[in-house]
Design a protein around this ligand. Sequence first.
Ligand code: FE
Length: 199
Amino acid sequence: MAQDHHDDGPSDVALRVKALESLLVEKGLVDPAALDLIVDTYENRIGPRNGAKVVAKAWADPAYKARLLEDATAAIAELGFTGAQGENMVVLENTATVHNLVVCTLCSCYPWPTLGLPPTWYKSPPYRARAVRDPRGTLREFGVELPEGVEIRVWDSNAEIRYMVLPERPKGTEKLSEEALARLVTRDAMIGVGRASAP
Ligand code: FE
């Protein structure tokens, strides 16, 4: 149901942002390339680092992990990550037998406080359709080959609930600090189209 998603809000916000961008570029106040760089920064660098800290803490601290799986919104707020599009979070744990994959079939619902801005492919119709119809094939395109025995669960985000994946902790990382562990966590691993790997 379209009302379950955030179609009204963001399209309005997107229009306003686009109008503002056009105006600033027209007046020669900003360089479009600089804007692309800012978006890239929030999409790839700054945004997902919050989620990576959450994952690293869950790997390092079993009590925190239990709280995270029980009430993700509260556990994530413990680290100071709160706000719009993150009010009702659910964290899904990947294991040796279960792999979780997140999609928004109707638009682009995404947990902003932990992952930042969604990547372009997440918003694209092919990903939104195929993730549900052929999750194993979709994962293969992202370079994730899962053994036949691994169950894939696909979760459809919406305005009510935003999902984030807790990737499996890679083997051989027992001695790493939480900071070092966080560096192993990619955005894609937290969407479920990637895995964390040891350094
Ligand atoms: Fe959506």
